[in-house]
Ligand binder design. Structure first.
Ligand code: TA6
Length: 286
């Protein structure tokens, strides 16, 4: 049975989401994708969805010890339960540890949890829509434990090679391809396979010059930003079409490794991010 999908359409926005992974799969504004979905995404619930906003929890990638599986935790392939949205919310889901007891990787879940994930769509003063996603993580148990979490957002761009990410200058990062810690001056321009974990959780601007659009990215509750694009190595990824790596950049609101999150007994943590696309001003440099 295919997972339940949800759609929303208004004057400017079109969104699709799945209960499988509480996965916001796509967001189009004025007919153009802002949150990108692979044309080869598997949507029958048998695999994680390539694109959208995968929820990574309670570990990121293969975890702190490099041996956790499945990749990115149990949440993105679990079937979440839809809840009645509160005021201003478009969709809300919840997931508890009892929902994943039989899932692959269940024995690696560090403690009892309740997670709530909300999607909101608002209109800014400039009349452009803003999307907000928010993951609340709660420890109902008696022991503290730590979790890794990320909102692994695939942002659509016309050409990743002509996209600048502003706001990361000077921030230390771990290059996961070399294992080295580095930093750089100026904006980030991706020139090939990129997999970096920045110690930076402030706002960013994704300047899609070829697409004549900018997206303001405003994280909350995060400790890090992950930037990922497979470049030509995408050829080894079955659910990415030929050349489609040029059409997205993952800018991920994250808390991983030594900057993960502590869930105290009865305590909570929240990771969120908003995305606000606007036409690229004509006066900015080419
Ligand atoms: O967030 C970056 C990353 O962890 C990369 O290392 C890359 O593997 C990517 O996520 C995609 O992971 P996935 O499990 O969705 O194929």
């Amino acid at each position: 049975m295919s997972p339940t999908s949800r759609t929303h359409q208004d004057e400017r926005s079109a969104l699709v989401a799945y209960d499988h992974g509480a996965h916001l799969a796509s967001w189009d504004v004025d007919g153009a994708p802002v949150i990108w979905l692979s044309e080869r995404a598997v949507l029958d619930g048998s695999a994680p969805i390539r694109g959208g906003v995968p929820i990574c929890f309670p570990w990121f990638a293969d975890g702190r010890d490099g041996r956790h599986s499945p990749s990115h935790g149990v949440a993105r392939t679990a079937t979440w339960t839809p809840l009645r949205p509160d005021d201003g919310e478009l969709w809300v889901w919840e997931l508890g540890d009892e929902d994943v007891v039989d899932a692959p990787g269940a024995t690696l879940v560090p403690g009892p949890f309740r997670a709530r994930y909300a999607v909101r769509l608002t209109t800014g003063q400039d009349r452009s829509p803003t999307l907000q996603v928010e993951l609340q993580m709660h420890n109902p148990g008696r022991e503290p434990y730590r979790v890794e979490a990320a909102l692994h957002t695939y942002l659509a761009v016309q050409d990743v090679r002509e996209t600048r990410i502003e706001g990361l200058a000077g921030a230390p990062y771990l290059d996961k391809l070399t294992g080295r810690r580095e930093s750089h001056d100026g904006d980030l321009v991706l020139t090939g396979h990129t997999d970096r974990v920045y110690d930076h959780a402030g706002p960013l601007l994704v300047d899609d010059r070829a697409g004549a659009r900018q997206v303001e990215v405003r994280p909350t509750g995060a400790t890090q930003t992950v930037v990922w694009n497979p470049g030509e190595d995408a050829a080894g990824i079955a659910d990415l079409g030929a050349g489609s790596w040029q059409r997205f950049v993952c800018v991920e609101t994250a808390a991983t490794a030594d900057q993960d999150l502590l869930l105290a007994p009865g305590g909570s943590a929240t990771l969120g991010c908003s995305f606000h696309p606007t036409p690229r001003p004509t006066h900015v440099r080419a």
